[in-house]
Design a protein around this ligand. Sequence first.
Ligand code: NDP
Length: 886
Amino acid sequence: MDHYRLFIGGEFVDPGDGRTFETLDPGTGEAIATVARAGEDEANQAISAAREAFDKGDWSGLKPPDRSRLVMDFADRMMTHAVRLSILESMDSGGIINRTKTEVFLGSQMLRNLAQYAAGSFPWQEEIPVSGNPFFPGRNYIVREPIGVTVGIVPWNFPLTMALWKIGQAIIMGNTVVLKPASNTPISALVLAEAVAESSIPKGVVNIITGPGGVLGKTLATHPEVDKIAFTGSTEVGREIMTQAAKGIKKVTLELGGKSANIILDDADLDLAVDGVLFGTFFHTGQICESGTRILVHDAVYDKVIAKLKKRVSGVKIAYQLDPESQMGPLVSAEQRGTTESYVKLGLEKGFNLLCGGERPEGFMFQEGFYYKPTIFTDVDNKSRLAQEEIFGPVACVIRFENDEQAAGLANDSIYGLAGGIWTRDMKRAQELARNIKTGTMWINDYHAFGDYCPFGGYKESGIGRELGQEGLAEYTQTKRIHISSEGDQENKLGFQMMFSYPKSKSFQYIGPTKLNAGHGALNSLNTEVGLLSCQKAFVISDQGVAAAGLLARAEKALGDFWVGSFTDVPTDSSFETVDTAALAARRAGADLIVSLGGGSVMDTAKAVSVVLEHGGKATDHIAINRLTKAGLPHLAIPTTSGTGSEVTNVAVIKNQKVHRKVYLADNHLFPQTAVLDPDLTLSLPPGLTASTAMDALTHAAEAMMSLKSNPVCDGQALAAINLINQNLPLVMKNPQDKEARLNLQVAAAMAGWAFCIAQVALAHALAHTVGALHEIPHGTACGVFLPVVMRFNAEHADGPLKAIARALGIGVEGLEPGQAGEEAANKVEELMQACGHPTRLSQLGVPQEALYDCALHAVADPVCIFNPRPVTDPGLVMDLLEKAY
Ligand code: NDP
């Protein structure tokens, strides 16, 4: 009798105590070989060998293509043992030779396929384009690395294939492995060991030990040097392994039992379906975890199916597994046949109809082996043990159903969810049903159809994790995320600020990618600008006021043939609904360019629309900070107020009507590509709106100056803007037709926008957003009212910037006491507002006094508060400030 030895550290060895066990041919019941019986010592030795081989790095550290070439070498060497492997596999496991010979070939192909995939296509490293946390800017990527020492424990039904899955996936991904085959079927794995030894795979990468699962399993699952356990077998043992592995928090993948449903619909090709369900159930004598052992048959074809099943199954040839004509061999063991018989007894006791089988085949050649006839019970109750428990023998239950919903219900009424089949000519119906079944694999008009690139594994108690395909390979890796900060200056780190107090940072990034066309008659450049953006179909977003002032008609004319439509229903505070409606209209018009014409709400709507059109979905899907990975549809902005140039920025503020809050879409991909500033378009702006939009721009500039993120580039823009607004707003109020002053206000607004979109705004905006959302106070007006009180609030904390602001407002700052510049600048802003007839108190805007505390709470929660120089965390302080503004 042949003798097989353990394979540890590249050597074939016998255990220290010399113990062996016999393995039987289930077709004859005779022993065919003796096999070394490993104990705890040998398990420890195998783990040490695997550990050493992994830690050495000459396998785990290889580049995937180099490692894959060595695995392919192993695959080829295995094929030199093909005939021996298939005969031994048949003799040891009872698998018919017609199957085992293809399995050797398919196994070597699997190794080649997955090795090639790992070398070329597997995502070992992936960039994360956007981290999702604006507090920690930088590059992020993941690398997938081998886990370490893996253990594979495999069952007796497909010993060779299961061994190859476990060894193959583990080593292809750079791990080392200790494999434990089932005691009933140890031979093929040890022949594989010969191919490993002949290949160039380093010693210790693959180790194979045979012996009792109960003993070895415990060592393997609990050993501190083991990093992952991959098990295929019964749910009970899987549960035990998971429990043992839990102590060491080891990664576990389990491929366990099943009781899959094979569903014949009323429109199926019945001959195909009947062969399919018989193949799905009785292939390899029913000893397959994914077998479709619950045959669900539609009422309308039930009788026909039963008759065909009976006829067809009677033709299946049961014979010794090496007989080339054998279609069904023996069960793996006397024990497994005993289990099968006990379930048949149970079915008979329950009174289910025995359609066929239910006994051992008769004849001289079946006397010693563990054969059993294919057995079908009909009209089985799905709740019965026969239909609920995994038998792992040639026993099928036929269950009747009336409609697809009921079929799905029956299929799902199981603790398992490994696989399933559907037989029908209607693919739409089949796909819908497939989606309704809670299982890891569904085959339509097929069964047992595996593929190296197709993941396999279970729902529910059928297991966790997947084998094969990218998902299966990924199970043999662990994911490491690497973050490389783009901030080298600790003072600039927003995250650190939660724990440390810093002086204001001197480092910054600047971006300002909008092209500006400014000046009288700039609107005439529109046609050229559209062409420069390589666009053909310009869709205008605007509002009723702008349309009524005749500006829309002028813009449409200037666009000429490029104009494809306009949306004019943007309200004062744009909402998700507005954005979605406008996006729909633009999409219907086939727009490839969004032109915004109007004030801040129009600009914000247009930015969000351009994102929705390019990225899909709805407005609410895109509310985020720095999440976009590419720009939206091109956007050309035409501001028509004295403040909307400020909206030529990277921010869109949209109102969420449901919660009465303004929310942000902030992203550098949001900058309009081009802005046309034509003072002719602002000539008709009423004085009140001129003042309030200019105050919006002034607040942008002043807050950018005071902000914790201010920087010299933005300071320059902000101060120039403040200076221009201070000088030109009074001129425009005096003579609304003063084009030069109008243009200066537009340019000032644009600069204020560029300043704040990098340097940020702060508390005045938080307050303006709050009263805008809760009490519908126009944004610019609210900004004006809040700016002086916020300047006073920040006076001590932003003395330097406030001095610069005061100077830009024309105030002499020589000799001012620290903190005094805030007061002076605030007074000047109030004077400016009064001179323009702009409200200066909250009470003038119609905010009820009793609403102030609510406003304070909302404002404190506004994210821009983090940029305010004086910390804004105490709603009480903000309440004081609101009262002062009142
Ligand atoms: P097991 O699940 O017991 O055996 C599978 C593998 O696990 C074998 O290598 C076995 O080794 C090993 N093993 C057994 N006990 C332990 C343990 N405590 N710790 C670690 N490893 C262990 O299957 P059986 O052979 O006992 O069959 C029982 C039933 O399991 C079958 O009737 C069938 O229902 C189901 N089964 C399901 C399979 C599937 O693929 N889903 C495959 C095989 C069986 P050893 O052989 O030395 O005991």
